[in-house]
Structures are given as C-alpha cells and as structure tokens.
Design a protein around this ligand. Structure first.
Ligand SMILES: C[S@@+](CC[C@H](N)C(=O)[O-])C[C@H]1O[C@@H](n2cnc3c(N)ncnc32)[C@H](O)[C@@H]1O
Length: 331
C-alpha cells in the first residue's frame, strides 16, 4: 500500500463544523485526494458513508487502499466532481436511469441526498511530490499540470498557444503575480528558442525575469507562476461557481457544505456564492420596496471563515493560507 503524503488541513474544524446530523447519512468528499478528510470522518462517525470523488485516477487509488478497512461505507468515483453532482441529480430525478451509477451511489445511500459535502480546493502534496506532471518548480518534470491528464491542454501547450498579454493576464488572475508582465515577456522570449517543455525550464525562466529582491525573498520566485498556471490548465476558477451551484443542488435540506480555499481569487468566489444564497431579498438595491419575498437558501454556519491555528501552521506550513467556509442548506 502506498503511503499518503498529504496532511489534511483544518481537520479539527472540518469535523466540528461539518458534523453530520445524528452522525450518520451520506457524505460526498468531492475532492478526496488521498482520502485524509474521508478517513477522519469515517473514523469519527461510525454511521456515516462517504463517497470519495477525484479527477485524478492515480491519487484516488491511494484513497481506495487507505479506506479499504471501512468496507462498503466508502465508495469511489473517478472523475470531476461537477460531473458526479450532475449524475446524482439525474439519478434522483430520472426513475428509469441506467442502473450502474444509480445503484452504486444513489440507491446504496437509500436514495437520500448527501448530508455533508466537502470541497477542498487545489491539488494535494501528492501532486507536488509524486505527480510527475510538473506541478512543482523544485522538480524537473514534463510541464503538464493536468489533474486529469487524459483531457485538455497541458501547461506546456497552453503556454505555447497564448499571446504575451494573455499569459500576463493568466498570471495576474490566478495568483496576483506582481511581475506578471515581465514573466510573460520572458516566457515568450524563451519560447522562440523552443517550447517550454519542463517545470525546471519554466522555473529558471521566471527566476531570470524577476528582480533580485524578489529572487531572494522567503518563497521561491516561481511559486505564483506555477500556481496560476495550474489553475488555468485545470480551469479551476472558471468551474468553481458551477461546482458550488451543483453541490448546493444535490445537498439535502439541513445538510452542510464546506469549502476550503487557499488563495484570495478562490475565496472571493466562495464568499460571494455563500453571500448571495444567504440573502433574503434579491431585489435590485434601487427598488423602493421588496417585491421578491425571497427567503435565504443558505445559512452561514460561521460568519468568519475558520483558519488554521499557529500549531497547525507550524506542523504543516502548506495550511497557512487555508480558509474553511461552511453553510447549511435551508430550502
Ligand atoms: C487539496 S486536495 C484534497 C486533499 C484531501 N482532502 C486529503 O485530505 O487528503 C484536492 C484534490 O482534489 C482533486 N480535484 C481538484 N479539482 C477537482 C474537481 N473539479 N473534481 C474532482 N477532483 C478534483 C485533486 O486531484 C486533488 O486530489
């Protein structure tokens, strides 16, 4: 059995804020990775069943091994969580849907919707250490960065296909990289000499493009470039709103949705989604009286997001920017 390398973040807070009603029911771990959060939920709540979803087949096989000890309480879906949510909705709403998916997930859970959904955004330490796909600037690997490497453009092909201003926009959007323009210009220059095929080559182009003060600061100068590129390759920001909407649609009334984000561009989308769904009135601000008679669809379980304490940050520095937002579905 392959050992897990990723430490689940905000674990105590996640277990507390996403405690299932009666400690039982169905949970969807929509970004299961090596199954760290799933394992903790299955251990803490013996009446709970968990479906682990991940778009990366290799990491999901680590979760399968790790959670085998829970028998039929753990089930697995290899694919994008948005596709899984859509299939759960279809299974719920279409009586004569083809048996496979319906039997395996929906009927097995007594046809009841999930009471807990956890979305832990981004990638796992596994991807940096064992992914072999160029996620880390510390390794020299093929510059791919796709979570599901059977679909879409690799990072190297994406960089080869974009204009300089588009690369700069990508770096700004995904990581607010302040040297986005300089780095984009250096990438385009390097590309003339041949495509950027490896993570090592990209890291040295970035290093050469930024001022010395940035090269010598506490984090590696390519940190933000790699983050922004990974986000773009996997469409992480574009798809997040849709994913939250789909998760909300399948969640049981009274169920809880928890989202862990790692940077401000993601957290803004989550915060906005929760805020919109928890508003009671959706009339335009200039309307003199409320005509929509709207009711909130979500209740924020905690007003401010949970963040790691000093002890967690010390033990697991990768957790330092994590934020957990949790809401309960009302309608
Ligand atoms: C931060 S890791 C999860 C770590 C996990 N909670 C643990 O404690 O071991 C995020 C995982 O989500 C997966 N992932 C990212 N976007 C996804 C999506 N849209 N659908 C399914 N899986 C996704 C990645 O492959 C990665 O394994």
């Amino acid at each position: 059995m392959e050992n897990a390398v990723h430490t689940p973040v905000l674990l105590k807070e996640t277990l507390r804020l996403l405690e299932p009603p009666d400690g039982s029911g169905w949970m969807i771990d929509a970004t299961a990775g090596e199954g760290g959060h799933s394992e903790a939920f299955l251990e803490r709540f013996p009446g709970l069943r968990v479906t682990c979803v991940d778009a990366d087949a290799s990491i999901l096989s680590v979760a399968r091994d790790r959670l085998r000890k829970f028998g039929a309480r753990a089930s697995f879906y290899e694919g994008w969580s948005e596709d899984f949510f859509k299939a759960v909705l279809a299974a719920k709403e279409t009586p004569d849907l083809d048996g496979g998916f319906k039997k395996k997930f929906f009927e097995k859970n007594a046809g009841q919707p999930p009471v807990v959904i956890l979305i832990d955004l981004g990638v796992s330490l596994y991807h940096y250490e064992k992914g072999g796909r160029g996620f880390s600037f510390r390794k020299d690997e093929p510059l791919d960065m796709r979570i599901d490497d059977s679909r879409g453009l690799s990072a190297s092909r994406l960089l080869a296909s974009l204009r300089e201003d588009e690369i700069a926009a990508l770096l700004w959007r995904g990581a607010e990289e302040r040297y986005s323009r300089r780095i984009a210009a250096a990438i385009v220059k390097a590309r003339r000499a041949g495509a950027l095929e490896t993570s090592g080559a990209l890291a040295s182009v970035v290093k050469g493009a930024v001022p010395a003060s940035y090269r010598n600061c506490a984090f590696h100068p390519a940190t933000k470039t790699f983050q922004a590129l990974r986000i773009a390759v996997n469409g992480e920001l574009e798809l997040l709103g849709k994913r939250l909407e789909a998760a909300f649609s399948v969640l049981a009334k009274g169920g809880r949705l928890g989202v862990i984000s790692f940077h401000s561009s993601e957290d803004r989308i989550v915060k906005w989604f929760f805020r919109e769904k928890s508003r009671s009135c959706v009339c335009p601000p200039e309307a003199p009286i409320c005509r929509c008679r709207g009711r909130p669809l979500l209740r924020l379980t905690v007003k401010k997001p949970a963040v790691p304490d000093a002890e967690e940050v010390e033990k697991n520095p990768a957790s330092r920017s994590a934020k957990l937002r949790v809401a309960e579905k009302l309608e």
